[in-house]
Design a protein around this ligand. Sequence first.
Ligand SMILES: NC(=O)c1ccc[n+]([C@@H]2O[C@H](COP(=O)([O-])OP(=O)(O)OC[C@H]3O[C@@H](n4cnc5c(N)ncnc54)[C@H](OP(=O)(O)O)[C@@H]3O)[C@@H](O)[C@H]2O)c1
Length: 256
Amino acid sequence: MDRLRLDDKHIVITGASSGFGSHFAGVLADAGARVVLGARRTDKIQDRVNGIKTSGGEALGVKLDVRSAESIQEFLDAAENAYGPIDVVINNAGVEAGAKTYMMIDEEDWDFVMETNLKSAWLMAKFYTERVVKNAQPGGNIINISSITDTRTIKGQFPYAVSKGALTRMTEILALEAARYRIRVNALAPGYILTDVSRLLLESEQAPEFMQGIPMRRFGEFSDLDGPILLLASDASSYMTGSVVVVDGGHICASL
Ligand SMILES: NC(=O)c1ccc[n+]([C@@H]2O[C@H](COP(=O)([O-])OP(=O)(O)OC[C@H]3O[C@@H](n4cnc5c(N)ncnc54)[C@H](OP(=O)(O)O)[C@@H]3O)[C@@H](O)[C@H]2O)c1
């Protein structure tokens, strides 16, 4: 379907050195987008950029630490210098603090997770909006990668689940406030898919039992996110804002 195509769209992705971000970069480039990949591990970013270019896509890698406002601005500057005004921002960078409860984390854990997963999304939204206004762009698009832990969690996901609950809420509030700039803001809330963020749980002894709580009786695959990310990044979702697209095999519908 043509409306899912991304020809000439300029899309920036945070946390694109591994996991979802790296995967999204390939999917979006395959659909015609020019993608800018940001993360701290520049060697991994460059490998991914090279792979996308070899497949005929257009991509650029830029060093990014989302905990630094200065680094976010430099990332956006580099993206605009390369490909012009940005059509879509994907706030994907995320970390967890290990299997810890509120009694086990310290202030450093709290700041590490909240600054990476939550504060960065606000800073990015603010700086991006300033640029959309300055460039007199016809509109914009922000996609926040939240998680089903925003509503359904287990013990030991503090403060990760707190950050995702707030990120989903932030998505709704940003959608309300950013509409005047014709910027759409939506969230993608995946269930459990094996990456470095989920490895501790999905490779634990409890994993098979945990999987029984998912109606579809399997964890997700990267490819399960392809349709939803294309929908949110493309004009096919032009009347969607403030939405949370859940991709979890029915996990949040289950009671256990
Ligand atoms: N896997 C799941 O089951 C699952 C489910 C729901 C939601 N999510 C969310 O999906 C997103 C991607 O995570 P993932 O599962 O793909 O794990 P991942 O492979 O560990 O990816 C996390 C990415 O975030 C980047 N990152 C971390 N701190 C950063 C910082 N300060 N500045 C810039 N980039 C930073 C990492 O890159 P560098 O270390 O190179 O900076 C990495 O590329 C996260 O927001 C996560 O919460 C994951």
